[in-house]
Design a protein around this ligand. Structure first.
Ligand code: SF4
Length: 340
């Protein structure tokens, strides 16, 4: 059980139950009841966090490894994460769903030590990369705050399962997000996600982009027979273009090893270009980034590394087109207003 954890104002009481507002399930927990994430438990005092400070993974490597290709390219980042998921599909299949029972495998790392570690190892940033950040909200929030205080950039890899109020608690300290968009229909999210209302994840991505000026990249894994329908994909791509902007990178990956999925993934990429996204990437190695206007290569990628080869600042060095890469932690902290 956690001890002195500040619950970041995301807990309210509902009669005899404690309502957790970290993710969109909004579980109402009687003492002893466990939330859908399996890592937060109701108590007489409120809520206990079983996963707080327990680290599921920690690595140092290029930011590109975490699906962020237009965000501080070629920088080294501390990737860190904890236990627990919000979506039913991840709880069933993801590697970070269950806290190890063996105490020897429970690695603990305080948020301030993690932020200091990133600084000492000369990492330019910190990314929450393993497990769902929403169900690790209190730890993640502390890590992002401390990392921004030492001028590291911050990012999260997420399904978008957090609540708006949880996002608003980290928005000031959050620079980037890779948003794992699983499809664009009730049926796709029933198979590949599992949240009370899948459109809620779209609202989180839009709020991160529009209210908090976060850099966003979107990842979609295509599964033939589930989320490969062209009409669904056209709607998904149209939403990226309209809600997040046509310069939003879209990473389109095969969700399984089947040949039909491989073909569907290629069709999805072609659709992305037809609808008007400027940056679309697949699973193959060493894909460059080209200027959307003149097609000059602006970022070269080889063997996991990236080199800025055709840029003046963030503009194409050949034609001057603004590529909208994100390379600075200095940005307007709040974007245009959104409802709510
Ligand atoms: S994090 Fe989500 S699933 Fe877990 S207890 Fe809170 S509302 Fe429920």
């Amino acid at each position: 059980m956690s001890d002195d954890v500040e619950l970041a104002d995301l807990v309210t009481t509902d009669g005899a139950r404690t309502v957790c507002r970290a993710c969109q399930w909004r579980c109402a927990l009687a003492p002893g009841e466990t939330g859908r994430c399996h890592v937060r438990v109701g108590t007489n005092e409120g809520l206990a966090l079983l996963n707080h400070g327990l680290i599921a993974g920690a690595t140092i490597g290029p930011i590109e490894d975490h699906g962020l290709w237009h965000f501080f390219p070629d920088s080294q980042v501390l990737g860190i994460g904890g236990w627990g998921y919000a979506t039913v599909a991840d709880q069933a299949r993801g590697p970070y769903g269950s806290i190890p029972e063996d105490p020897a495998k429970r690695r603990k790392l305080d948020a301030d030590r993690a932020a200091n570690f990133a600084l000492e190892r000369l990492c330019r940033g910190v990314v929450w990369a393993y497990g769902e950040p929403a169900v690790n909200h209190e730890y993640m929030r502390g890590l992002l705050q401390l990392s921004r205080a030492s001028s590291r950039y911050t990012a999260i890899i997420t399904t978008g399962a957090m609540t708006e109020e949880a996002l608003d608690q980290i928005g000031h300290y959050l620079d980037g997000m890779n948003f794992d968009l699983r499809g664009f229909s009730d049926a796709s999210y029933a198979r590949l996600g599992g949240l009370p209302n899948w459109q809620g994840v779209l609202a989180i991505a839009e709020r991160a982009r529009n209210r908090w000026n976060c850099h966003l990249e979107v990842t979609t894994r295509i599964h033939h027979g589930v989320n490969h329908d062209p009409d669904e994909l056209r709607a998904l791509i149209g939403w990226i273009k309209d809600a997040l902007g046509p310069y939003t990178p879209w990473h389109v990956l095969p969700g399984d090893a089947g040949s039909e999925t491989a073909a569907a993934t290629m069709r999805a990429r072609r659709l992305g270009h037809e609808v008007g996204l400027h940056y679309i990437y697949g699973a193959e190695p060493n894909q460059p980034t080209r200027c959307p206007a003149c097609q000059q290569i602006v970022i070269t990628r080889t063997n996991g590394g990236a080199r800025l080869t055709g840029l003046t600042g963030t503009a194409c060095s050949a034609c001057g087109h603004e590529t909208k890469l994100h390379t600075s932690i200095f940005k307007p902290r709040e974007g245009r207003a959104v409802a709510g």
